[in-house]
Design a protein around this ligand. Sequence first.
Ligand code: 5MM
Length: 351
Amino acid sequence: MKNSVAHASTTAGVCYHEVTMMTDLVTIARSLFAPGKGILAADESVHTATERLASYGIPTSAEMRRQYRDLFFGAEGIAQYLSGIILFSETLGECGNDGTLFPESLIARGIAPGVKVDLGTEPISDSPQELITQGLLDLPERLVGYKKQGAVFTKWRAVVRIDGDTLPTAGALHENARRLATYAKEVQSAGMIPILEPEVLLSGNHSRARARAVIAETFGTLFSVLDEHAVDRTSLIVKTSMALSGDASGKKDTPEEVAEDTVGVLMETIPADIAGIVFLSGGQTPDQAIANLKAISQRARELGAPWPLTFSYARAFQEEALALWQGKEENVPAARAAFLARLKEASVALG
Ligand code: 5MM
């Protein structure tokens, strides 16, 4: 990659600057995979956060969203398990209950702040059951602002829906990959790390074999488009679903089955030189998400997988705590204890 960056530039000074920047990015990207640590995804958009709070009867104001973030970021001891937290843009400019800006408080504890930079999804006009991710239009300007606010990494989520052999279509996979590639290039130029998250949804009655095949097609398309756009792989992180039977299939996969198919397909499709792979929980229960992570880590070690792996869960870490919290101050200690217990289990699962 150092060479391809250098070839892209015209003067020695610029080459030196760009190569140095990429090297720094690789170091930062790798630090997110510090032993026993992973990433908390706390980047729910206003829409999703509102749904989550409302489902527990918690008021859905901006102040309650801020308190929801503080519930997790203010928990003592999280730095032992978290290398980074993905924030929603709103949270980057907010303060915790201690009066410190959230990014500042995270950095002080050695936790890297990241930010979700996509602007959500909309149906594709000629395949309305599929979704395309928005947010490229003003991305360069927004990145400058996020960096000033302390973000060192970013995330863009694309959604891949399985329906029998009909979905996903090749066109949807390709257009989402093209946008992921454009996003990754913009983010690297802005001096931050891109996390590329093409989420293969758990919803549906598909088999685990079908999920594996769709993950293969998704990453096959993605890495071919990344190459076409000459995206630097060494400082990018992939966020992926595990290979799981659909939630309406009636099949309960064992952790060993999940690990075999997940590590197998990632080794077939993801180049060795990316900075690392993180897993989303995707609607699994906390127990499933942790048991599957443990089996995946073990299988990856057995097979000598070339990239570091860790977690980047949202729901599997937050849902139990949210249910305990109920938006009430007196429930904060119990909710934080439940959250920390799950972080610790995930950390141990990495082996
Ligand atoms: C798939 O969702 C991501 C991981 O969360 P889970 O572990 O719960 O599956 C998550 O980072 C997601 O992208 C954010 O929560 C943002 O979601 P919205 O729907 O608000 O864009």
